[in-house]
Structure formats: structure tokens, C-alpha cells
Design a protein around this ligand. Structure first.
Ligand code: C2E
Ligand code: CA
Ligand code: CA
Length: 632
């Protein structure tokens, strides 16, 4: 029998101390009366023994109540057995003695009746432990039977026979009651266990085995309630920086492995009683009690190191990295809900500051970040709700007039604010880090459109520095190409000088890796920044786009013309295309062509147009060419 079931059955013996007390007091009273009336020393001793045992048993019954630990079952069972058996046999002996010593008939009736009542009653009451029940029945009744038989009178022998018949009857009743009791307790236990398992399942994340959101809520509430006054509750919110990319490019099985490994690593750093949870895809929470703020700082640092450590799966090396936000209770909040909010804001701060770092909650984070978070949420939703679209502006060969490239320019059609220009929301996207998701989406859309065009037409996509500096940025571009099925040589990436303000390993790696695949790079807005020629040498640019301030605007003149001329000359020496941006008039086109630019872009040729119009421009161009061929 299962320990828990056994404990519950034993509890049935102890649960009703009142019935135990009534039985005990009856026996004691009848014993004392018998001793008093008979004046027998033996009966007096027996009455004293009964009183002592009864008192001890009643005290024990009230003392344990319902709290029997499984490992203590045998102890309490033995204690109960000793008490029950000694009490029963003495009760039986008292009745037997009154017969044996021929005490007054009324006393005999009383003690015999008490012993029989006790024996039969107890056989039912204690059926939870049948050995005890049947043992007590026999011990209280057998001395009576012996005394009745020894007496030998007809009535007593008849009574003895009746009592003897009672033994198997009561034994079978006790066993039946026991079987029923055991069955129902076992079933109840199984049901309770099943319910517990279901509940655990509902609170567990299957991929990592950690708690899920429901589990987290439950455990946090418990941690909060049991937090001692001199301790802190730390909530550490972790967001993996590059998980989505890993998942998209390497597939869900690898993604799941990464999640499980992150969970394992967090567990090695967290105290044993910490709560670990995962939800929302790639977010983890660690909650634990700590002594001090510096403990929290130390733990957060260790966690960050663990997450940043590269993963290895089937010989493949992966670096995911994460951002961590930390808040403490009672320092930063007074309840679980604000603790979560504070940690979330701290996390957001860590992400906005470039990721791969820990940030502790600070009250100054509140207002500013909340507003930014709203815009960020709006932008994210905009992608999902198809409020964003990509327009295409042709870049034209100034010699032949043919479209060589379309530059992809994003547009946001906001349901309330109307059309928003990229200058209004790209900076927000950059500040908040949404640019990474947004940029990958734009590249994918642009590549898909390009895949529909003739092979000699390319597409140019603008990249923000932050997009490039994010670790693993090349993966995003590669997966866009793969998703669109576009040859890498047909993709051009426009970058600005600001990218090179600081020497950055990631930038160089990004450009090298993609150039090796055939992706081309264009230097955008040339002439607005440092216009340093150093990096034109250092990086494999195929194209330089001269900013439109050199073409139109108040400062136009001989000086700007000289600059365009110099750049164009360099372009032809280094075999780079030189694009003049912002061409609005035929004079401007004329001027830049004379200065040596081979490509042009601007309203003179076309504004940025939706993809179907871009396709139409190409079709018209092809028809015009065919007509020309026919004519000649
Ligand atoms: P940009 O890369 O220099 O893009 C050229 C901008 O000049 C576009 O503005 C285009 O509409 C505008 N333009 C083209 N021809 C003419 C013309 O003849 N006259 C005048 N006055 N303007 C002309 P837009 O689309 O508002 O984009 C502004 C800037 O936003 C872009 O400057 C680029 O830096 C950024 N941007 C646009 N789309 C994206 C994107 O998908 N990703 C990123 N990261 N940045 C983008
Ligand atoms: Ca551009
Ligand atoms: Ca430009």
C-alpha cells in the first residue's frame, strides 16, 4: 500500500478523538464501579491501569489530529497499537474477572456488556487498520468467552457461543469496511495526484520545462507573500537579441535547442529556489530572493555572460546574446505588477541602448520610455497590419535613358495621421531598435519585387547603421534574398558615411561577408558628411550617390560643379557608378551629365511609385526599345 494512502487510513483512527474518549471513559467508569463494588484488589489494579491508558490515548488522539507525515506513519501506528491492545485486553479481563470472582450479577452484566460493545464497536470504527480493529475485538472478547465457558452454567455457555459467533461476523464486517475505505481513499488520492499533474502541465513551458506565464504568475505571487522583511525579490527579465533570426534562418528545431540551452544555463546561475520562466517566444524571467543590490548586480552579470557565450549545435557555432532588465522589490516597486513593469522598462532600456547589456530600473526611465514604447508598438503593428509599403524610384542611365535600378523607399500610411515620410519614423525605429525588424521586412519586400523584374534591373535598399551594427545583421539580408529567391548580385545596399564614423568590426564583417556573395554597396548622400575618401578605398563600393544638395538648392554654383566633376572622375578611374540625386529639371540632368555622372535619380524621371507602377515603367521601356528595333 502507498505511504500516503496508509497515512490517510491511519488518520481515520485518530480523526475522531471524541468517539475514542467516549469508549475509553465508558470502560474506565465500569472498571471503577466493578472495583468499588467488589472490593477486589485485582479489579482495582485493572481499573487504575485502564484509567492511565485511557488518559494517555485520549491525549494522543487530540495531540496528533490530522497531521501525520508519511515517514512517521509507522511510529503512530505502533503507538496506537500498544494503547489499543493493552486497553482492550484489560477491558476484556475486567469483564472476565467479574465472572471468575462471581461478583454481583448486575456488575457482571455491566462489565460484559461494556467489553462486548467495545469489541464490536471498535471493529467497525478502526476498520481503517484491520489488524488493530480485529486485534482489539479478539482481545476484549476472548477473555469474556473464556470466563463464560469456565463458569459452565447453561446461560453463560449459550452467551459464550453467541459471542463466539460474533467474532467471524465482526471480522468480516471490519474487512469489508476496510476494503471500501481503502478503495475510496486510493481513488481520491489518484484523482488529487492527477489534478496536481494537470495543473503542473498547464503551468509548464514544454520546450524548456520552465514555468510558463501562468506558472510564473503563480510562483511570483507565492514568492511575494513569503518574502522576509530583510530580503529583496529580484526580477530579471531577459530578451534574446537575435533569436528570431536564428529561428527564421536555421529552423524551429534549432530555435528550440537554443531556448532549451538558454534555460539550462540560466538554471545553473540561479539559486535553487529561484523561479525560472519562459514566455512570448524568446523572453525569460528569473525571480529570486537576495540579500542585497550588489548580489543582484553580480547575478545579472553572470546571467548575461552565460547568454552571450556562443552555442554549439552539430558543430555549428551560434551567438545569440541577450538584453537584461532588472528590478528589485521593495526598492523599485511594492507589488508584483509594478515589479514586472519596472523590469520590463529596464529591459527596454537595455535593448534601446544597443542590446547585449544589463540595465537596472531607474525612475527616470518611466515617462520617456513609455512614449517611445507606444510608437514602437505602433510601428510593429503597422508592419503586421500592412500599413507600410515600399515605393520604388528609378535610377536611370544618363547615356541611354534606361532604368538600371529601383531604389526602395518605405512609406507608412497611418490610419489617423495619413501618409508619413520615412524621415518622420525611421529615426524612431532606429532609436527603439524596431529598425532591425522593419529593415529586414523592407529588404524582403524589395527583393521580392525585384525578382519580378528583368534580370538586368537591380534593387537598392537603404540600410541604417544600427541595422548593420546589430550582430548577425548579414543573416537578415541573406534570409531576405533566400525568401525572395533573388540573386545576390541584384541587390544593392545603400549606406551612409555615418556608418564609418567609428571603426567597427561588425560593419567590416557585414560588408565583407555580403560582398563575397555578390551583394553590391553604394555610398549614399555623398558630400553631406565628412566626404572622406579613406573608406571609399577601404570598402568595395560599386556606386557613389552624390547628395541632391549639390544638384539643386541655394549653394549651387561653380564650386559644387567642381566637386561633382572630381567625384565623377574618381568614379570612372575606380570603375564606380556615380549617381546624381534629386534631379528635377532637364537643365540639372544636362549639367550633371556634363560633369561626368553616369546615373541620375529624381522627380525629373519619376517619383517613387508602388511596385505595379514600377513594373509598368519597365514594360513601357521595353516596348519603346522594341519599336525602335523594328524601326531601324
Ligand atoms: P535617401 O536615401 O537620400 O532617399 C532619397 C530621398 O529623396 C527620398 O525621400 C526621395 O523621395 C527623395 N527624392 C527623390 N528624388 C527627388 C527630387 O527630385 N527632389 C526631391 N526634393 N527629393 C527627391 P524619402 O523617400 O522621403 O526618403 C527620405 C530618406 O529616408 C531617404 O533618403 C533615406 O535616408 C530614408 N529612407 C527611406 N526609405 C528607407 C528605408 O527603407 N530604410 C532606411 N533605413 N531608410 C530609408
Ligand atoms: Ca538612398
Ligand atoms: Ca540619398
Amino acid at each position: 500500500m502507498d505511504d500516503r494512502v496508509r497515512a490517510l487510513l491511519l488518520e481515520t483512527l485518530y480523526t475522531q478523538p471524541t468517539s475514542l474518549a467516549i469508549g475509553a471513559i465508558n470502560g474506565v467508569v465500569s472498571g471503577i464501579i466493578a472495583a468499588y463494588v467488589s472490593q477486589s484488589t485485582l479489579l482495582t489494579h485493572a481499573a487504575i491501569a485502564l484509567t492511565v491508558i485511557a488518559a494517555a490515548r485520549i491525549a494522543m488522539g487530540y495531540a496528533i489530529g490530522r497531521n501525520i507525515a508519511p515517514q512517521d506513519v509507522w511510529k503512530w501506528e505502533l503507538a496506537y497499537e500498544i494503547g489499543a491492545f493493552s486497553y482492550s485486553i484489560i477491558l476484556g479481563l475486567v469483564a472476565a474477572l467479574t465472572i471468575w470472582q462471581n461478583v454481583d450479577g448486575q456488575i457482571q452484566v455491566m462489565t460484559v456488556a461494556v467489553a462486548l460493545c467495545y469489541g464490536t464497536g471498535i471493529a467497525a470504527r478502526n476498520a481503517g487498520r484491520p489488524v488493530i480493529a480485529i486485534g482489539q475485538l479478539f482481545l476484549s472478547v476472548v477473555p469474556v468467552i473464556a470466563a463464560l465457558l469456565a463458569n459452565g452454567s447453561l446461560a453463560y455457555v449459550a452467551l459464550a457461543v453467541t459471542v463466539i459467533l460474533l467474532l467471524p461476523a465482526m471480522t468480516s464486517i471490519a474487512l469489508n469496511v476496510f476494503a471500501t475505505l481503502r478503495k475510496s481513499i486510493t481513488e481520491a488520492e489518484n484523482n488529487a495526484r492527477l489534478a496536481e499533474r494537470m495543473q503542473n502541465l498547464a503551468r509548464t513551458d514544454v520546450v524548456t520545462g520552465l514555468a510558463n506565464r501562468a506558472g510564473l504568475n503563480h510562483e511570483l505571487a507565492e514568492k511575494y507573500l513569503s518574502l522576509p522583511d530583510d530580503r529583496k525579490l529580484m526580477l530579471l527579465w531577459i530578451d534574446l537579441d537575435r533569436f528570431k533570426e536564428v529561428n527564421d534562418t536555421l529552423g524551429h528545431p534549432v530555435g528550440d535547442k537554443v531556448l532549451a540551452e538558454v534555460a539550462r544555463r540560466l538554471a545553473t546561475q540561479a539559486p535553487d529556489d529561484a523561479t525560472l520562466a519562459r514566455f512570448g517566444g524568446d523572453e525569460f524571467i528569473v525571480a529570486c530572493e537576495l540579500e542585497s543590490r550588489s548580489d543582484a548586480e553580480q547575478m545579472a552579470r553572470h546571467m548575461l555572460e552565460e547568454i552571450n557565450r556562443p552555442f554549439r549545435f552539430d558543430g555549428q557555432r551560434l551567438q545569440v546574446g541577450g538584453s537584461l532588465g532588472v528590478a528589485l522589490l521593495p526598492d523599485d516597486s511594492h507589488d508584483v505588477a509594478t515589479l514586472m513593469q519596472s523590469a520590463d522598462l529596464a529591459l527596454y532600456h537595455a535593448k534601446v541602448s544597443g542590446g547585449h547589456q544589463v540595465s537596472f530600473f531607474d525612475p527616470s526611465m518611466t515617462r520617456n520610455l513609455v512614449r517611445r514604447k507606444e510608437i514602437e508598438a505602433e510601428l510593429r503593428a503597422a508592419i503586421q497590419h500592412d500599413e507600410l509599403s515600399i515605393f520604388f524610384q528609378p535610377i536611370v542611365d544618363l547615356e541611354t535613358g534606361r532604368i538600371r535600378t529601383f531604389e526602395a523607399l518605405v512609406r507608412w500610411f497611418h490610419p489617423e495621421k495619413g501618409e508619413l515620410r520615412p524621415d518622420e519614423f525611421i529615426p524612431v525605429a532606429e532609436e527603439t531598435g524596431v529598425i532591425i525588424t522593419l529593415g529586414n521586412w523592407i529588404t524582403t519586400q524589395a527583393a521580392k519585387a525585384c525578382a519580378q523584374w528583368p534580370d538586368d534591373v537591380t534593387v537598392a535598399v537603404n540600410l541604417s547603421p544600427m541595422q548593420i551594427k546589430a550582430p548577425g545583421a548579414a543573416l537578415g539580408i541573406q534570409s531576405a534574398l533566400r525568401e525572395a529567391g533573388l540573386d545576390p548580385t541584384r541587390l544593392e545596399l545603400e549606406v551612409t558615411e555615418s556608418l564609418f564614423v567609428e571603426d567597427d568590426e561588425n560593419t567590416a564583417r557585414f560588408i565583407d561577408e555580403l560582398s563575397a556573395m555578390g551583394v553590391r554597396f553604394a555610398l549614399d548622400d555623398f558630400g553631406t558628411g565628412f566626404s572622406s575618401l579613406g573608406y571609399i578605398n577601404k570598402f568595395p563600393f560599386k556606386k557613389i550617390k552624390v547628395d541632391r544638395s549639390f544638384v539643386s538648392g541655394p549653394n549651387i554654383g561653380r564650386k559644387t560643379e567642381a566637386i561633382i566633376r572630381a567625384v565623377a572622375e574618381m568614379g570612372s578611374t575606380l570603375e564606380m557608378d556615380i549617381v546624381a540625386e534629386g534631379l528635377e529639371t532637364v537643365e540639372q540632368v544636362q549639367a550633371v551629365r556634363d560633369a561626368g555622372c553616369n546615373l541620375g535619380q529624381g522627380y525629373y524621371f519619376s517619383r517613387a511609385v508602388p511596385d505595379y507602377l514600377a513594373a509598368m515603367l519597365l514594360a513601357r521601356e521595353r516596348d519603346a526599345r522594341q519599336q525602335k528595333q523594328h524601326a531601324s
